[in-house]
Design a protein around this ligand. Structure first.
Ligand code: AOS
Ligand code: ZN
Ligand code: ZN
Length: 387
């Protein structure tokens, strides 16, 4: 079997993009709970994101959300982040919290409202020029709650036209990633519900339009790693929104609900050419720490991705291919499971230390005093959330 020392070099430079909103307050429709030390500003969110990177070496970018992270000077914000050792990543648009968008945004029958939603995305592209971001992430909460409420085909036509206007404004180095979600907040139909619909739209737009795959956005039982393999084959997997779920879009810590599924997804990413320094795939997290401490929650998340990546790299692909070609079902499965069952935590700890990082990032953070400091420093003021 492949050994850890053989695959360790491939772990160099693994980069996971943490979401700004993971550091702010979040919750469900029943309540949003605050917690001490929660950031009050986007600068404090960035400071916390930089802290995750400092202890793990895994999180060099923080993705922003407009308008939640809007500032007057994004150039200054970029320099602030860079002074803390990280960069600004994906810009996430928001057409799901404005009164005008109750019945749609990019799909709306009213051209004035569609233009307002398009203009919001054009503002996001302007921000990208200042932050140096590559990706504009579009997630649309658009759909209907009742059969007959909307013209399904007309909505697709208007969506295609709106996306075309946005795509044509992108800079030459910029990309559009279109995220799908099978339900919520719309309950009867969602206008971008599945990978096929996202693929159809991004394929029509051009080579710098790709699919964003949120691991919590599928019906229970969906074989997500198959979608990963297919989109990589098609050259249209742009980014992940990693999280985990037990039932719906729970936005829980990635790998917490089903580490084996995360392993299988990462195996397909590696086999499909989506992993490594030249990978076109952004490894974003999209999570909310509703009840647990936020910085430790992000540390746990990036470590879970690193650990399952290491295990997936351990798969003996030569032996596996031989077993597959021979039709040796049980041996093939055993080779696959051998890698998944390999505990790489001690190897990872030693490898981190060899690179000047804490062997055990979580324990290093918890004993660093940073949490106590921010709880003292941020005792006053209004905590950031989904606003
Ligand atoms: C919503 O369910 C989606 O996962 C979005 O990707 C995400 O929550 C949003 O981008 C945050 O603005
Ligand atoms: Zn998402
Ligand atoms: Zn989601």
């Amino acid at each position: 079997m492949t050994t850890f020392s053989e695959i360790a070099p491939q772990l160099e430079g693994q980069a996971i993009e943490v979401p700004s909103w993971a550091y702010g307050n979040s919750g469900t429709r029943f309540r949003v709970f605050g917690s001490p030390g929660t950031p009050r500003t986007v600068q404090e969110k960035i400071a916390d994101a930089a802290t995750v990177h400092r202890f793990t070496g895994l999180a060099p970018l923080v993705s922003l959300h407009i308008p939640w992270d809007r500032v007057d000077d994004f150039g200054a914000l970029r320099r602030y982040a860079e002074d803390l050792g990280i960069g600004l990543g994906t810009i996430n648009s928001n057409t799901f919290q404005d009164e005008d968008y109750k019945l749609g945004a990019l799909t709306h029958t009213d051209a004035r409202i569609r233009q307002k939603a398009i203009d919001h995305h054009l503002e996001c592209i302007d921000v990208m020029h200042e932050t140096g971001s590559r990706d504009l992430k579009i997630w649309l909460a658009e759909g209907t709650n009742y059969p007959g409420q909307g013209d399904l085909r007309g909505r697709q036509d208007r969506l295609a036209e709106s996306l075309r206007t946005i795509y044509d404004r992108l800079g030459h180095e910029q990309r559009l990633v279109l995220e799908y979600k099978f339900f919520e907040p719309a309950f009867y139909h969602t206008d971008v519900p599945d990978w096929g619909t996202s693929y159809a739209h991004v394929a029509a737009l051009g080579e710098r339009a790709l699919v964003c795959l949120d691991t919590g956005h599928h019906a229970p039982g969906t074989n997500i790693e198959f979608i990963v393999a297919q989109l990589l084959r098609l050259g249209k997997l742009g980014s992940f929104d990693f999280n985990s779920r037990f039932y719906a879009d729970d936005d829980l810590i990635v790998g917490a609900a089903d580490p084996y599924q995360l392993f299988r997804i990462l195996y397909e990413v590696i086999r499909g050419g989506g992993f490594g320094p030249d990978s076109p795939v952004a490894f974003m997290l999209d999570q909310c720490h509703n009840i647990e401490a936020k910085i430790p929650g992000q540390i746990r998340s990036v470590l879970n991705v690193q650990e399952m990546t290491a295990r997936a790299l351990l798969v003996d692909t030569d032996a596996l291919r031989a077993a597959q070609d021979a039709g040796d079902v049980l041996t093939a499965n055993e080779i696959f499971m051998d890698a998944f069952y390999t505990d790489v935590r001690a190897d990872l700890a030693a490898w981190r230390e060899s690179r000047g990082l804490p062997a055990r990032p979580m324990q290093a953070y918890l004993s660093s005093g940073y949490q106590q400091q921010i709880e003292a420093d941020r005792a006053g003021g209004t905590q950031a959330g989904w606003n």
